[in-house]
Design a protein around this ligand. Structure first.
Ligand code: 5GP
Length: 237
């Protein structure tokens, strides 16, 4: 596998072409961003931790039958993935109220959401990722109704798998964001699943073990990611 030119640099990852047009390399950098990229800091080991965390989770999801773009780990901070045409929409499931939902509806953090909720947001930093819905995404050409229905079904399937996986390690999966893309006509889970894009609380103490530690200046960000990883069985080497 030959690494070629950089195609895209996001806030925390960079994407490189390879000699195979169907495959890309995802490089996890140490950059950590919040507030739509307005705050960016380097956190030592973050690229390695998120790369290995994501590889572990993607492996579990693939075993459970979720179609994923992840192929395999290449190095401490790089993974091989299938090339996707990304759908510019974020799919969010919430099991417990936190973050944007509490701000928007004025409800208290920590309230159980039963059944879990499903929301769509447009990926657009300049507009602060505004909430959209299936009708808007369809009419504006971001995705078809069929793709959105598949993305919703897969996002809930991910909840079934990961909620239990984290609970077995004494961790609550509060909420998370997924992104999907199309590879040769098939909708696949893309991007990453790491503590950067979900909320994870200790089930007993409700201590935050995710990117909210960075957003809220609580410190111990990577230590918390590593703690979650160790508890669920990620091998950080
Ligand atoms: P909220 O709507 O409460 O801000 O976010 C809901 C969940 O989706 C949280 O777990 C949050 O980390 C994740 N999320 C939402 N938008 C983004 C985003 O643009 N980037 C990342 N990394 N995660 C996001």
């Amino acid at each position: 596998m030959e690494k070629r030119n950089e195609l895209y640099a996001g806030k925390a990852k960079s994407i490189f072409a390879t000699d195979d047009p169907d495959l890309l390399i995802m490089h996890f950098r140490d950059d950590t961003s919040a507030f739509d990229g307005q705050r960016v800091e380097q956190l030592a080991r973050k690229g390695m931790v998120n790369n290995k965390f994501n590889a572990f989770i993607m492996g579990k999801l693939r075993e459970a039958g979720v179609p994923v773009h992840f192929e395999r780990l290449l190095s401490d901070d790089e993974s091989l993935v299938k090339r996707l045409d990304m759908i510019p929409v974020e799919c969010v499931v919430r099991n417990v109220a936190a973050g944007g939902l509490c701000r928007r509806l004025g409800i208290e953090e920590g309230r159980d959401l039963n059944p879990p909720t499903f929301e769509l947001f447009l990926k657009n930093d300049a507009l602060h990722d505004p909430m959209i819905n299936e009708s808007l995404a369809d009419s504006l050409g971001y995705a078809t109704i069929e793709q959105l229905a598949t993305a919703k079904r897969l996002t809930f399937q991910v909840n079934d798998v990961l909620r239990q996986l984290f609970l077995d390690a004494g961790i609550l999966l509060v909420d998370y964001k997924l992104e999907f893309g199309v590879h040769k006509g098939e909708l696949l889970l893309g991007d990453e699943f790491s503590p950067d894009g979900c909320r994870l609380w200790d089930a007993n103490t409700r201590e935050k073990l995710d990117k909210d530690r960075f957003r809220q200046g609580l410190g111990g960000v990577i230590e918390a990611y590593e703690e979650v990883g160790r508890r669920i069985g990620v091998d950080f080497g």
